[in-house]
Design a protein around this ligand. Structure first.
Ligand code: ZN
Length: 542
């Protein structure tokens, strides 16, 4: 699964759009492309790799490019044909960014009217297939993550495993994975790459997923294959091909391992009564910081993810847990290209020095750590928090992770665990981050959680606004608000109190006029919404 905070349809923009005149001219394509800031994707960690592993990178890129070609077939169909149709370089670029002629940052709106709507099932199913036809279709593996549905010569549906449907390309990728496995001395990475090669040839990924969880000391990581099922908007049955080439930031990853040992004590220090913190926080999940040096296929389409949580297979969760990968350099790119410009519009000038990448990264990392704290089962024997809060659970849980994450940063800084630094950096950066996330919509749990926090902070005086309309963080009041909001959420979760959750979301999970005006300011400043990459051997200096 991915952290989709930056991928959601821009509901807020829709509110804002009504206030602006949209110019349907050729420059529109240019402005669509310019919604993405272009970033060179590279990492200092490349130079630290052993010579042999450096040689592995071009091989991994070739495999990733195959995943990219497969994703084109899954998302749209014939890439060359559609690109040949248009001369305008911005139109071509738009189509490449979106892997098809539909705008992923705007609810898949077609680029031109005549293109029509994007099929819900993308190109995983015949475009003219109805849901009823699929339901009647008798086939053992039609709902498999790893088959594509086509029509045979007689027009009948058939379900074809990926390794057969894409035989030549898959064979090539599998062969290159073996080549790659010979370019490392890390036995665990070697084993994983070999098993992943086999997995592509059989569409059975379990063994390779287990081997992936066993990798602990590798410098290079390679997420590859058919993985997420979001592209199949019809049923969510089909996994789309993608690849991430990653380098492990061992310094940060080791810090995180050290904090894991402190979790039981941190749990006890949560600002809530003892009965709400009786559970011992899980240490099963493996959290690490990485630089990503290549995105291909599904993960490269439209908005870019800055965190990955894999594998998706629950059999692996039971046996080995899962791994969270925080993608530090692409996070930094979004920080520079999006958060800093937003802050310049929103935050008072003398507090802008507190908006730092280090604080942003800490806030994000401890959001992930905070998911493991608090409580999973209600204190009154009603069962799990998730079952009781139902569709509201995700919003409350994301809200908890954000605010308890900030609480953890506060505690650890006070304990001296995070080195010499100013907590004010984390607070002002946290405040600016709210605007970045709210901008991406009320339809997501993350977006809603941010609106709740904004309104809660407002009510508690955690910030004020000066006469020029800039926000000023009040450190002491924000700290108080942090503690009391953490308390309220943890209590609602512990009680499994659906009604209280609903009340909180209805009262606070909204965009009031003032915030909407600020969002309008951000919108009018044409700040990029996401990023695209210049990437490959040359950019990496290989
Ligand atoms: Zn989260």
């Amino acid at each position: 699964m991915r952290n989709y905070i930056q991928l959601f349809t821009i509901i807020v923009a829709a509110i804002v759009f009504t206030n602006c005149t949209t110019n349907k001219q050729e420059s529109e394509f240019k402005s669509k492309v310019n919604e993405y800031a272009q970033v060179k994707l590279t990492s200092d960690l490349i130079q630290k790799l052993p010579e042999k592993e450096k040689q592995m990178l071009p091989v991994l890129i070739s495999i990733a490019d195959i995943m990219d070609e497969l994703f084109w077939k899954e998302s749209y169909g014939n890439k060359d044909e559609i690109l040949a149709k248009y001369n305008d370089p911005y139109v071509k670029k738009f189509i490449k960014i979106n892997y098809g002629p539909w705008d992923r940052l705007d609810g898949n709106k077609p680029l031109f009217k005549e293109i029509g709507e994007k099929p819900d099932g993308a190109n995983f199913y015949p475009v003219n297939m109805t849901k009823e036809e699929f339901e009647k279709f008798e086939s053992e593996d039609k709902t498999s993550l790893y088959t594509i549905i086509k029509r045979d010569k007689n027009g009948e549906l058939q379900s074809i495993p990926y390794h057969i449907a894409f035989k030549d390309k898959i064979n090539k990728a599998a062969e290159l994975l073996i080549t790659a496995s010979e370019l490392t001395d890390d036995e665990d990475l070697k084993k994983y790459l070999k098993l992943r090669s086999e997995a592509l040839l059989t569409d059975n990924y379990l063994e390779s997923d287990l081997a992936w969880m066993d990798m602990k000391n590798n410098n290079i990581d390679f997420v590859v294959g058919p993985i997420e099922n979001y592209e199949d908007g019809l049923f969510g049955y089909k996994a789309a091909h993608e690849a991430f080439i990653l380098l492990k930031d061992k310094e940060w990853s080791n810090k995180l391992t050290r904090f894991a040992a402190l979790l039981p004590d941190l749990q006890k220090s949560l600002p809530v009564n003892d009965e709400y913190k009786k559970e011992v926080p899980g240490s099963d999940s493996d959290l690490g910081a990485y630089d990503v040096i290549y995105y291909a296929g599904d993960c490269n389409a439209g908005g870019k993810t800055i965190a990955i949580n894999l594998p998706n297979d629950e059999r692996v969760h039971i046996e080995k847990g899962s791994r969270k990968l925080q993608l530090k350099n692409s996070m930094k790119a979004k920080f520079d290209k999006i958060l800093i410009p937003i802050s310049n519009i929103i935050i008072i000038e003398d507090q802008r020095k507190h908006i730092t990448f280090n604080a942003f990264f800490e806030n994000t990392m401890f959001h992930e750590v905070a998911h493991g704290l608090g409580i999973k089962n209600t204190i009154n024997g009603k069962g799990t928090v998730r079952d009781n809060l139902k569709e509201l659970h995700n919003t409350l849980e994301e809200g908890k992770a954000d605010i308890v994450g900030l609480f953890l940063v506060t505690k650890l800084t006070e304990m001296g665990e995070l080195g010499e630094k100013e907590l004010m950096d984390n607070y002002v950066t946290f405040m600016a981050g709210i605007f970045r996330s709210v901008r991406f919509g009320a339809s997501s749990a993350h977006g809603k959680a941010n609106m709740i926090r904004f309104n809660y902070f407002d009510k508690k005086g955690a910030f004020s606004k000066n006469e020029d309309g800039y926000y000023v963080v009040n450190f002491d009041k924000m700290k108080e608000a942090m503690n009391s909001l953490a308390n309220e959420i943890l209590v609602i979760q512990g009680n499994g109190d659906y009604e209280a959750a609903k009340k909180m979301i209805e009262e606070l999970g909204i965009i009031k006029e003032e915030l909407n005006n600020d969002l309008l300011k951000i919108y009018q400043a044409n700040i990029p919404k996401d990023i695209i990459f210049e990437q490959g051997n040359k950019v990496m200096g290989l």
